[in-house]
Design a protein around this ligand. Sequence first.
Ligand code: PLP
Length: 362
Amino acid sequence: MIPVSDLKRQYLKFKEEFDKSIHDVLDSSWFILGNKVKEFEKNFAKYVGVKYAIGVANGTEALQLGLFALDVKRGDEVITVSNTTTPTVIAISNVGAKPVFVDINEESYNIDINKIEEKITNKTKAIMPVHIYGQSADLDPIKKIARKYGLKIIEDCAQAHGTLYKGKKIGSIGDLGAFSFYPSKNLGAYGDAGLITTNNRQLAKKIFMLRNYGKRNRYESYIIGFNSRLDEIQASLLNTKLKYLNTWNVVRRKIAKEYDKNLKNVITPKEMFYGKHIYHLYVIRSKKRDKLRNYLKKNGVGSQIHYPVPVHLQPCYDYLNIKKGSLPITEKFCNEILSIPLYPELTKEEVEKVINTINNFK
Ligand SMILES: Cc1ncc(COP(=O)(O)O)c(C=O)c1O
């Protein structure tokens, strides 16, 4: 079976180096908010091209702390998409705000920029575009709308480490960028980890406090904060892995181009003119998705669905009373999408097998 993702392959390839980065922390026996976190924050800020990066516990809390820092609270509304994983949206709910969903663009699978304005009310505080599967949302028009209505932008960059929008790294364009280093991401930790990027000094200062009990120095809690820290072991490993991220993304893109060129009878993802996709996921579409998935499984090719149930139809959002059919593209696509194997360690033979198997599906 060609698995849809396989973290062990990368680990075995870099075992010595990765083990060392973990053992360095054990040897130092400094586990929380030390030099490794500082170093990673510095390196990742440079990578994204922002002034500040703040390591936090995971991607969900990166979004949550970001919204908190932007002063989004009960009674406010935040505009986002439903074609995402629930943490994007529960971050909005967890600060007390109401998520408001906009349908997606048929080509990019990202927020439809032409449908944002109709969802804005006097309660709207922020827009949270999700750079889904590794491709950027169309940020310039979103910035224009945000400026017009005085809204903040918090980018969900959890699937887009290294993605470009008009030559700039995502995470450097909105007011804040929120990253996840969940193990399967293009840059993945060996546990939970996350980070917030910004160019805004005030926001950065607030988030540095928020992640650590609201402290502004060792003994003084200035605001009521959280415990949401990136730990030294994850930071050390991420520092080591960051050096390889660009190379890994190049290989992902190469495999994606092979798929683009050779796959038949399915709809392949489109790379938008405005950016550079890093193919965290390679998502095809087929009207016969479930049959195709079963057939692939029988023929030794793994696949997954990201995501079979859009967030507005999840039981936890019943209370919003959003009717089925209200986000037609999102709802249609969730019955057609299928993620096929794509990671830098896939062999040429495996890529060929994936292509041939899909092309032989009737
Ligand atoms: C788009 C998106 N947003 C948010 C998250 C949440 O990140 P985490 O699992 O690190 O909390 C993830 C990853 O799981 C994600 O893919």
